[in-house]
Design a protein around this ligand. Structure first.
Ligand code: NAP
Ligand code: ZN
Ligand code: ZN
Length: 348
């Protein structure tokens, strides 16, 4: 069945209308009519081939919330009419040590990403959520509470889980001082979760215009990172810093904030490598770490946590025709704090 979508055909051309073939649901598949899809900075990196692995045409989108239209004969978790979601991965080997621990994002055979991945079923390439509908195995499809606004819930599928997972893994909680670097899609969810987990939260931003928003979103303190004096006041004081920055920046300046045995965890994925001085790490025995999205069970846990606590993303809903403009605004750090595409605009 041909499905309307938006695709990039090259690194340097804007996204434009495109038709993709979606399979009819297999026995364990869920077919979802996409209502909203978030715009992640990863979509922009991928579309512009910044990670040097893009297969064109590329239909991005991995923050998908929609309504189930059809299910395969063996599907037990979903039925037509349910609100369902798809995040960054749609399959994995399911048998390796990572998969059996529920860490499908670290599948040793490489997970099947929602877009730009070899599609095990079609033999082609996977196409993401900037489209009318998507078909995914129920094992990789999430349940979304009717309590959550579906547009504001969409970014939870990537920005949400990518910040929730490391904060949980490093056991962020009361009595800890936690930094979040960069107030964009990921950063604003990082601030909300770190606050919800009971930590003392400090936001580091390059944008003085975001100070008030940072506090409203849950930061106890906001530091403009270009102010060396302010940065120095926080040296050696953080248990954990979550770096959500999409572009080149000086990691050594953020490592200097971390206290003895604390961790700087990268979730941002800039195009180019970031230099680290050995002295930045060995002084007070700091750790530099990274974290990728989250497993399926943890993503469901995060969605349920958000439904219970009323946590969603702050979104700017756009028609798909404005997606290229949204990308330009992302590059200027001009997002409050996630663009979400209303997929009804694709049907009109
Ligand atoms: P975003 O909404 O564009 O936010 C990025 C923020 O980084 C900006 O709002 C800005 O915040 C800050 N920033 C931008 N340029 C900067 C610079 N040159 N120096 C310092 N700070 C700068 O992006 P996003 O969607 O949150 O994604 C962030 C990064 O995470 C991207 O690289 C994305 O690919 C990656 N990502 C990783 C995973 C994973 O699994 N690890 C998942 C999703 C996304 P301020 O204005 O506050 O400074
Ligand atoms: Zn993403
Ligand atoms: Zn695996």
């Amino acid at each position: 069945m041909t499905t309307k979508a938006y695709a990039a055909h090259a690194a340097t051309t804007p996204l434009a209308p495109f038709g993709v073939a979606r399979r009819d649901p297999l026995p364990t598949d869920v077919e979802i009519d996409v209502l909203f899809c978030g715009v992640c900075h990863s979509d922009l990196h991928q579309v512009r081939n910044e990670w040097k692995n893009t297969v064109y045409p590329c239909v991005p989108g991995h923050e998908v919330v929609g309504r189930v239209t059809r299910v395969g004969a063996d599907v037990r978790k979903f039925r037509a009419g349910d609100v369902a979601a798809v995040g960054v991965i749609v399959d994995s080997c399911r048998t390796c040590p990572s998969c059996t621990r529920g860490l499908e994002q670290y599948c040793q055979c490489t997970p099947t990403y929602t877009y730009n991945s070899p599609d095990k079923v079609s033999g082609g390439i996977t196409y993401g959520g900037y489209s009318e509908r998507i078909v995914a195995d129920e094992a990789f499809t999430l349940k979304v509470s009717e309590k959550l606004n579906p547009a504001a819930a969409a970014p939870l599928l990537c920005a949400g889980i990518t910040t929730y997972s490391p904060l949980r893994h490093w056991k962020v909680g009361p009595g800890q001082k936690v930094g979040v670097v960069g107030l964009g899609g990921l950063g604003h969810m990082g601030v909300k979760f770190a606050r919800a987990f009971g930590a003392h939260v400090v936001l580091f931003t390059t944008s003085p215009s975001k100070i008030e928003d940072g506090k409203r979103l849950g930061a106890h303190e906001v530091v403009v990172s270009k102010d060396a004096g302010e940065m120095k006041k926080h040296a050696n004081s953080f248990d954990f810093v979550l770096d959500c920055v999409s572009a080149e920046h000086d990691l050594n300046a953020y490592l200097a904030l971390v206290k003895l045995d604390g961790t700087l965890c990268l979730v941002g994925l800039p195009e180019h490598p970031l230099p680290v001085a050995a002295f930045s790490l060995l002084g007070p025995r700091r750790s530099l770490a990274g974290s990728g999205i989250g497993g399926i069970a943890e993503t469901q846990e995060m969605l349920d946590f958000c439904a219970e606590k009323g946590i969603v993303s702050d979104v700017e809903v756009i028609p798909i025709q404005k997606v290229n403009e949204a990308y330009e605004r992302l590059l200027k750090s001009d997002v409050k704090y996630r663009f979400v595409i209303d997929m009804a605009s694709l049907k009109s």
